[in-house]
Design a protein around this ligand. Structure first.
Ligand code: ATP
Length: 268
């Protein structure tokens, strides 16, 4: 399904701001595989997702999706088969547009923009049905501007938009990190529901170690632009958070440091 071969990325090469972000990442995901991604600050997690989505060109390596090599495609040409949800609830939706207008845009993902587009009654009925599954009452607010929604409601809507036309790959980049714990759990629950319903091949970056082990069927750990641990199957099932921290230390020679992870340890 998704295959990454020797991906390398350095920002600002040759300058004082040179940053090695990915130093040869290879990874193969089977169809429907849900992989959680953890690692310390600056490990390269977001860059990995950004490179798959086409935000940054690669220095070296290949990206394959369903047998098609895509690393040469610009971001907009990858959009038809990649769904994304970011940490910031403001990024995935257009605040000045209504809920139904946002969903109509999501429904046209990957199609060439037309000068005129309207929302058909059939589409509206489909949006209502999909929104009602979120359990947030948004199905009765189709003409509400998205800017009036809470962060959690916006993130739920973004998830729905990212999966409305099921993508070949779903990329989630700490998509619950900016939400309060209660709302974060609701959005995570919704994520599981949508991923299972559409059997989506998913890469999910999280700072929450317990979510990383609980969700999906595989966990990879990154450090200094490399994958240093790849846990799946029975071994993953028997792994606890202290085990994970010990594995990280053994593989990297360092303790795992991530600002947001410390927040979780502090009881948030
Ligand atoms: N657009 C950019 N320009 C320059 N350097 C960048 C850029 N994006 C990321 N970097 C650098 O690349 C490295 C990897 O960053 P990245 O954001 O991928 O890490 P991360 O694992 O997502 O970290 P965090 O958990 O702190 O968000 C870091 O050294 C970072 O400073």
């Amino acid at each position: 399904m998704l295959s990454l071969v020797g991906i390398k990325k350095t920002f600002n090469p040759g300058s004082v701001n040179e940053r090695l972000a990915l130093s040869g990442v290879s990874l193969k995901l089977k169809p429907g595989e849900v992989v959680t991604v953890i690692g310390g600050n600056g490990a390269g997690k977001s860059t990995l997702l950004n490179c798959i989505a086409g935000v940054y060109p690669l220095d070296e390596g290949q990206i394959w999706i369903e047998g098609q090599q895509i690393q040469q495609l610009p971001e907009y040409d990858r959009a038809p088969f990649i769904g994304r949800v970011f940490q910031d609830p403001l990024l995935g939706t257009a605040a000045s547009m209504t809920i139904e207008e946002n969903l109509a845009l999501a429904l046209k993902r990957g199609q060439r923009r037309q000068l005129r587009w309207g929302i058909r009654a059939k589409d509206r009925a489909f949006f209502k049905e999909q929104l009602s599954k979120l359990g947030l009452g948004l199905e009765n607010r189709l003409t509400t501007r998205v800017g009036l929604l809470s962060g959690g409601q916006r993130q739920a809507l973004t998830l729905l938009m990212a999966t409305l036309v099921p993508p070949k790959i779903l990329l989630l980049d700490e998509h619950t990190a900016a939400l309060d714990p209660n709302t974060a759990q609701k959005v995570l629950h919704l994520t599981e529901k949508l991923v299972t319903q559409h059997q989506l091949t998913t890469l999910m970056v999280t700072h929450n170690m317990s979510d990383a082990l609980r969700l999906g069927n595989r966990t990879i750990m990154m450090h200094e632009g490399r994958i240093i641990l790849d846990l799946q199957g029975e071994k993953r099932q028997n792994t606890t958070i202290p085990d994970l921290l010990a594995m990280f230390k053994k593989a990297s020679g360092e303790s795992l440091v991530n600002d947001r992870m410390l927040m979780v340890a502090g009881g948030n």
